[in-house]
Ligand binder design. Structure first.
Ligand code: DGY
Length: 329
């Protein structure tokens, strides 16, 4: 009998077709995510699952999933998964790094430009029929070229943004858990700073760290108060890295110039106070959402799942220690 795989959220027909070559596939192609109870019930007889980054899969959800061998996340971030609990049960966990790097970097630069040059605010004004005159001091923004960009989290995506930003003539600072060797810093044209110095010196502060409990509220009122009053904060990483209430207070009081956000606490139910702020550019967690990239993410997750259930090592295995448990090594 073919292994059974659950697909938690809508994917492309091609993804389902690839999976169906190997598995009996049950998929949720509807608009609503599965609840924890749905997931618990549906996973009881499954060998694998393709999860989206909004599906919480923890020890509780897989408690009765005795056949489950792989959770293939469709996304690079995997803070929706309790990897320790899944590893303890010998369940492989995979993600989709690499394929979304360039698209996320494109979107992130778009947010920088939109926030600095007030694009959302200007478009809203124009659409509301409030554009009455052209004059010298109309809609003055900040320059992107020549500005100092501080990237917090200098992994694949941070480095892809750095490549774009140097084309804009931005000066680059970065902060990272691990400082890069001097040759790599020189290659990226980026100078290392501790977080507080980076916050003080940057015109644009960009958050690209993966979410973990350690970085929860990494940017709160105290950190925002270190930023220049003319600075812009960009978050495309995860909600919860920024204390949204503190950010809203800083934006309202113009303690910083603007923010550009693709991720929020408690999304999609973001704090409604953001909506009234002209100095906030808001996109609904779409940084990776170009069609080719979303296809590549779904395809990568499917291939991770196929490898895991056909005896190969998945290309993007996050917990290789479970292989030893599985082979009894
Ligand atoms: C990811 O891949 O982690 C992106 O945030 C899309 O969910």
């Amino acid at each position: 009998m073919k292994p059974r795989v659950l697909v938690c959220r809508e994917v492309f027909d091609e993804t389902l077709a690839i999976l169906a070559e190997h598995f009996h596939v049950e998929s949720n192609q509807g608009d609503q995510p599965f609840t924890a109870t749905d997931l618990r019930q549906r996973l009881a007889d499954k060998d694998g699952v393709l999860a989206s980054t909004t599906d919480r899969i923890d020890g509780d959800v897989v408690a009765g999933a005795t056949r489950l061998k792989v959770v293939a996340n469709v996304g690079v971030g995997y803070n929706n998964l309790d990897v320790a609990a899944l590893s303890a049960r010998g369940i492989m966990v995979t993600n989709t790094p690499g394929v979304l790097t360039e698209s996320v970097a494109d979107h992130t630069m778009g947010l920088v430009i939109a926030a600095c040059r007030r694009m959302g605010e200007a478009e809203r004004l124009l659409r509301a029929g409030q554009w009455q005159r052209v004059y010298l001091k109309f809609m003055l923004g900040a320059d992107v070229h020549g500005a100092t960009l501080g990237i917090v989290g200098f992994g694949r995506i941070g480095q892809a943004v750095a490549r774009r930003a140097s084309g804009f003539g931005m000066k680059l600072l970065y902060s990272n858990r691990r400082r890069l060797p001097p040759a790599e810093e020189a290659l990226h044209g980026a100078a290392y700073r501790g977080l507080h110095d980076l916050l003080r010196e940057s015109d644009v502060v960009m958050l690209l760290v993966p979410y973990s409990a350690e970085v929860h509220y990494m940017i709160g009122a105290a950190e925002l108060s270190l930023m220049k009053p003319t600075a812009v904060l960009v978050n495309v990483a995860r909600g919860g890295i920024v204390d949204d209430a503190a950010l809203i207070a800083a934006l309202k009081a113009r303690r910083i110039r603007a923010a550009a956000l693709d991720v929020f606490e408690n999304e999609p139910a973001l704090n409604p106070d953001f909506l009234a702020l002209d100095n906030a550019v808001l996109t609904p967690h779409i940084a990776s959402a170009s069609e080719p990239t979303r296809r590549a993410m779904a395809d990568t997750a499917a291939r991770n799942c196929i490898a895991a259930l056909t005896g190969s090592t998945p290309p993007h295995l996050l917990n290789p220690e479970v292989l030893a448990q599985r082979t009894g090594a």
